[in-house]
Write a protein that binds this ligand. Structure first.
Ligand code: PMP
Length: 453
């Protein structure tokens, strides 16, 4: 179909996620039509390096025939099996077992969802059930971090702390509380790692005191805050927060929807930080975006408390597509590819990406370069000493995204002048070098065009 008619049809009928609808109607959709490795091609034939792996999800990269085969085989044999009524399918059982074996500590029980938002929703349901089972249902208050992102369901978006997800939606709920992020580049206590860890611990302790420890259920954190602008905490931050949660008798949930499956190096970022959370959520890289699926891991203790609490009754939480066999078959093959070399390639490519982006630190617009593995960001400022953010007028981020696009690069341009990177783990050296070179060109043009002064 001609791209103009697709643009018309899109404008008339397709409602896009997290979009300014009227602006989108004016600009029109950009239709992607094929992809291979780390390169995507649009309907006009333009080739771009996907520096964001779709929506930080195509960790394996595009065009893996073995994943296509696994999905096709499963669709032919058994396209659907409910996990209700005590039924199941081989790929879902095998995937749960494979994940439990690889997860840190005793996170041995896996509940499959359709993506990250319903994984987060599921944790809230399980946590409530858990405290009912323990006889302390008054523990029903939830805490998360400013700049955190935990999905777009009504409950998850309330734990999320990005204004666009709240405005006009009547959330967060009064049982959802926030404490400041570790945001190293702009932390009021400075950049000293221990001072930042201490400040976060103090903020959590104070918030729990304010609410009352007997009422607090759980604390949620991403190992690296993604949608908030790729905010990397100091090493040891997550462990310090995890330990404090134990001391305060509240559950700790690690939201690894972005950081899981090699994004920061290992399969799970928690392992690297020697952290075993009470719940761990994943999605995205679980299937590398080839099919929708997320998962909630819970520890033996949590699972057994819920199971015993329910007694002979059903735990009334489930989806039609929980443990979908086609997504599970895709997940098993993606896991095989990660362990068959992609994790290793990602670690190598990630080191090259960080080195390349560090090389942009001398650029007049670059205030901060941060990241871990294949997850990185640069934060743009107009004055490096004062850390002055880009002016919010006329959406400079959108224009930077467009300029990068014209240079053959897809990046995430966050509204606050942060550029995000999450390329596929399959990137070659030349892919990585092109990401860095095209970024520099884009930043130079941003100055030349007088967008920022
Ligand atoms: N948690 C985190 C940390 C995420 O980054 C996301 C998605 N970006 C979600 C939850 C929600 O996942 P989904 O979009 O698959 O519903």
């Amino acid at each position: 179909m001609h791209s103009n008619s697709l643009i018309e049809l899109d404008r008339a009928h397709l409602v896009h996620p997290v979009a300014a609808y009227r602006t989108h109607e004016k600009l029109g959709v950009r239709v992607l039509s094929s992809a291979s490795g780390a390169t995507v091609t649009d309907m006009t034939g333009r080739q771009l390096i996907d520096g964001f792996a779709g929506l930080w999800c195509v960790n394996a990269g595009y065009g893996h025939e073995s994943i296509v085969e696994a999905a096709a085989r499963q669709m032919r044999e058994l396209p659907y099996a409910t996990a209700y009524f005590g039924l199941g399918s081989e790929p879902a059982i095998r995937l749960a077992a494979a994940l439990a074996e690889r997860a840190p500590g005793n996170l041995n029980h896996v509940y499959f969802t359709l993506g990250g938002s319903d994984a987060i929703d599921s944790t809230v349901r399980f946590i409530r059930f858990y405290y009912h089972a323990k006889g302390t249902p008054q523990k029903d208050q939830f805490i998360s971090l400013e700049q955190g992102y935990h999905g777009s369901s009504t409950v998850g978006a309330g734990l999320t702390a990005l204004p666009a997800f709240h405005a006009g939606f009547g959330i967060p709920f009064e049982w959802q509380h926030k404490i400041p992020s570790h945001y190293v580049y702009r932390n009021p206590v400075g950049t000293d790692p221990q001072a930042i860890i201490n400040a976060s611990r103090q903020a959590l302790r104070r918030k729990v005191e304010e609410i009352g420890a007997e009422r607090v259920a759980a604390f949620y954190a991403e190992p690296i805050q993604g949608s908030g602008g790729v905010l990397v905490p100091p090493r040891g931050w997550m462990k310090a927060m995890r330990d404090l949660c134990r001391e305060l008798d509240i559950l700790f949930i690690a939201d690894e929807v972005i950081t899981g499956f090699g994004r920061t190096g290992p399969l799970f970022a928690c392992s690297e930080d020697d952290v075993v959370p009470d719940f761990l959520t994943v999605a995205k890289g679980l299937t590398s975006g080839y099919a929708p699926m997320g998962a909630v891991f819970m520890t033996d203790h949590v699972y057994n408390t819920i199971a015993d609490g329910a007694g002979g009754s059903a735990v009334g939480h489930g989806y039609t597509y929980s443990a979908h066999p086609v997504s599970a078959a895709v997940g098993l093959e993606a896991l095989r590819l990660y362990e068959g070399g992609l994790l290793e390639n990602g670690r190598r490519a990630g080191a090259r990406l960080m080195e390349g982006l560090q090389g942009l630190a001398d650029h007049p617009l670059v205030g901060d370069v941060r990241g871990r593995g294949m997850l990185a960001a640069i934060e743009l400022v107009t004055d490096k000493t004062k850390k002055t953010p880009l002016p919010a007028v006329a959406d400079p981020s959108r224009r930077i995204f467009d300029r990068a696009w014209d240079n053959g690069l897809i990046i995430r341009a966050f509204g606050n002048g942060v550029l995000g990177y999450a390329p596929p783990l399959c990137c070659t050296d030349s892919d990585i070098d092109a990401i860095v070179d095209r970024t520099r060109k884009t930043l130079d043009q941003t100055i030349e065009d007088g967008d920022v002064r």
